[in-house]
Design a protein around this ligand. Structure first.
Ligand SMILES: [Mg+2]
Length: 225
């Protein structure tokens, strides 16, 4: 059965697309047939465009992102403004179609875990229905440990046990940035906590690729996708 990895986060704008793009590129490099989906976008399709570029033409923009709305609001509300409705079954069908064609399906949510995505559902509901493995993206700053643990507490228990956490380095790291990963690891174990550098130069890009490879080893322990 094709594995589904669901990239969610503690908030909007925390780096979900960066993480999804990195995983996409790394999986392609490993020879894996990967799909990256952003089912719902609101206020622009830049996330879907980034995934489209990372996929190198494996899927069309509309296959990656079937539902997009103009207002920069939670997708459920943005859809309502256009008198449109997105039902969870339609999103699940989109993911299932990709599962039939690819080895791994990455799904990027919109906003944080409980952000309303459509008619009566959020990312947590999709994760549960898809039996997806969550990757939880959290800004590495003061409060990160609380935010990561809140997201894990809100996930279905089985999904929380599988979840991986990515702490994203901020442009101006605060005093907590060096200790958050170790503190979080006391709760989750070292292997489930990943620190992503800022991607400003080639050395950092190489280190980001190593982080992505390490994350994939945790997501697909044996023998790889
Ligand atoms: Mg994004």
């Amino acid at each position: 059965m094709t594995r589904v990895v669901f990239v969610t986060g503690s908030d909007t704008g925390v780096g979900k697309t960066v993480v999804t793009t990195l995983l996409t590129c790394q999986l392609r490099q490993q020879g894996c047939r990967v799909a990256a989906l952003k089912p719902l976008c609101s206020g622009g399709r830049s996330d879907a465009l980034a995934l489209h570029a990372a996929l190198g033409g494996a899927l069309s923009l509309d296959e990656i992102n079937p539902w997009h709305f103009r207002a920069p609001l939670a997708p459920a509300l943005a859809a309502r403004r256009e008198h449109r409705r997105v039902l969870p079954a339609a999103v699940l069908a989109q993911v299932n179609q990709a599962q039939a064609r690819f080895d791994v399906v990455l799904v990027e949510g919109a906003g944080g875990l409980l952000s309303p995505l459509g008619v009566g559902f959020n990312a947590r509901d999709l994760i549960a229905k898809l039996r997806a493995t969550p990757v939880v993206v959290v800004p590495n700053r003061l409060g990160a440990v609380n935010q990561a643990l809140l997201v894990l507490a809100a996930l279905p228990r089985a999904a929380a046990r599988r979840a991986q956490v990515v702490l994203v380095t901020q442009s101006r790291p605060d005093a907590s940035a060096r200790s958050n990963a170790a503190l979080l690891a006391e709760h989750l174990g070292r292997d489930r906590v990943h620190r992503l550098p800022r991607l400003r130069n080639p050395a950092q890009a190489a280190s980001a690729r190593r982080i992505a490879a390490g994350l994939l080893r945790q997501l697909f322990p044996c023998p790889g996708p």
